[in-house]
Design a protein around this ligand. Structure first.
Ligand SMILES: O=c1ccn([C@H]2C[C@H](O)[C@@H](COP(=O)(O)OP(=O)(O)OP(=O)(O)O)O2)c(=O)[nH]1
Length: 160
């Protein structure tokens, strides 16, 4: 069972615009877009790559084809009895780009990240603060025995 938008919107820790509330789920806005500068290493002790923010011009990020890190503008608290599934807005797909997300664990709190892939050979532009993804919450039944307590718990809370 997916949570309807009016409940999903309650998982956002800051101000929510009416336009973010969807029939099933809530839209997340883009806060920052970064380009990758160095290698990452996936191992028991992970190493995340260096990144630098793409500067916006006249209220837009102009993005050439490639891979970018997106930092969401909205902080979320995933309900203890739900799992978050984040999907790209279909408009993004329709213009030749996509957003790739992983699972948002029950109890996770923070301002998370996703991978933006721009495939359109002409590039795309994204308005600063625009809605980029939709978060769906699926109920976990019976409720999980433990909540998220990993490396990213609490990331970027209080920064915006
Ligand atoms: O696309 C996503 C998916 C998840 N998250 C957040 C919520 C999730 O609960 C947390 C950790 O995700 P995951 O469990 O996949 O991270 P990991 O790489 O397994 O690290 P750890 O085991 O330390 O949590 O990151 C994101 O920011 N972006």
């Amino acid at each position: 069972m997916a949570l309807p938008g009016i409940y999903a919107a309650l998982t956002l820790l800051g101000r929510v615009d009416d336009v973010q509330v969807q029939p099933a789920g809530v839209d997340l806005r883009v806060g920052e877009i970064h380009r990758f500068l160095s290698e990452g290493m996936l191992a028991p002790k992970r190493v995340l790559p260096e990144t630098e923010p793409v500067e916006a011009r006249d209220g837009f990020w102009f993005l050439e084809p490639g891979f970018y890190k997106v930092v969401f503008a909205d902080a979320v608290y995933v309900p203890p009895s739900a799992v978050g599934i984040c999907l790209p807005r279909s408009s993004l797909l329709r213009m030749g780009a996509t957003l790739s997300c992983a699972v948002w664990d029950p109890g996770y709190m923070g301002r998370g990240e996703a991978l933006l892939i721009v495939g359109n050979p002409h590039g795309i532009r994204i308005a600063v603060g625009e809605r980029i993804a939709q978060m769906l919450y699926i109920r976990v039944e019976p409720p999980p025995a433990s909540l998220y307590a990993g490396f990213y718990q609490g990331e970027r809370l209080g920064t915006r």
